[in-house]
Write a protein that binds this ligand. Structure first.
Ligand code: NAD
Length: 229
């Protein structure tokens, strides 16, 4: 069975009503990244950080997978599919994808600030008074700017194993995650879906589909399912 790896970013969930970060009207126009998504921000003003992520969580809880998430699930009929996502929402899982790696964490989880293995499911707002069972405060289980990406090596191994790599809804601007796609095998087929022009340099066997995920992915998936790749 051939392996398809889907590398997704914020644009994947845009048609579910979740804002991307860098587009016009995106989240970084409303918030200063340094004030809400860094370890320093957490030191200086944890309430503001929690408030930012409480809003993100609330929006995720109100959103539903879109046609692009559902199309990826359909690929599992014929391929070994792994989704490597930069997204912190749970829309791939809600759609039914069975193998999803979250490079930047999950908004519906919190963790002890002292022990990153102590994870808790969260379905409502977090407060600075919430504690892990080791007694230390809980923080959102997301990777902040300036922090290590613990799933990086796993993500790299998975991308290296792809026969077909679908890159969708990412500006490829957030490193180190964006650099992962460059580890794809030269001979693997690559399909990049994004309504904006994404510069990726020299990347062999690449097809660009300059379109929104919700219309492009169902078509791309149909093609992959109906032809012998
Ligand atoms: P980004 O905001 O840098 O880029 C988003 C990309 O999506 C852009 O290239 C844009 O052209 C494209 N896009 C917009 N609408 C689209 C659509 N309908 N279909 C396909 N593509 C579309 O996002 P990024 O590259 O993922 O990096 C930003 C970081 O922000 C990530 O690390 C991620 O963790 C985080 N983030 C996550 C969410 C989420 O979980 N839903 C939302 C916002 C940001």
């Amino acid at each position: 069975m051939k392996r398809i790896v889907v590398f997704s970013g914020a644009g994947m969930s845009a048609e579910s009503g979740l804002k991307t970060f860098r587009d016009s009207g995106g989240l970084w126009e409303e918030y200063d990244i340094h004030e809400v998504a860094t370890p320093e921000a957490w030191e200086i003003n944890p309430e503001l950080v929690l408030d930012f992520y409480n809003q993100r969580r609330e929006q995720v809880l109100q959103s539903k997978p879109n046609a692009a998430h559902h199309a990826i699930v359909a690929l599992e009929k014929k391929f070994d599919v792994v989704v490597v996502t930069q997204n912190i929402d749970n829309l791939h899982e809600l759609a039914g994808s069975t193998n999803v790696i979250h490079l930047h964490g999950e908004i519906l989880k919190a963790r002890s600030v002292k022990n990153s293995d102590k994870l808790y499911n969260v379905n409502g707002p977090l407060s600075i008074h919430d504690r892990a069972d080791d007694g230390s405060p809980l923080r959102p289980h997301v990777v902040w700017f300036g922090e290590d990406v613990p799933m990086y090596e796993l993500g790299k191994t998975i991308i290296q194993s792809a026969d077909i790599l679908i890159i969708v809804g990412t500006s490829l601007n957030v490193f180190p995650a964006a650099g992962l796609v460059l580890h794809a095998k030269e001979e693997s087929r690559k399909i990049l879906i994004d309504p904006n022009e994404i510069s990726i340099g020299s990347f062999p066997n690449l097809i660009k589909v300059q379109e929104k995920a919700g219309s492009a992915l169902p078509r791309v998936v149909n093609d992959l399912l109906s032809n012998n790749h």
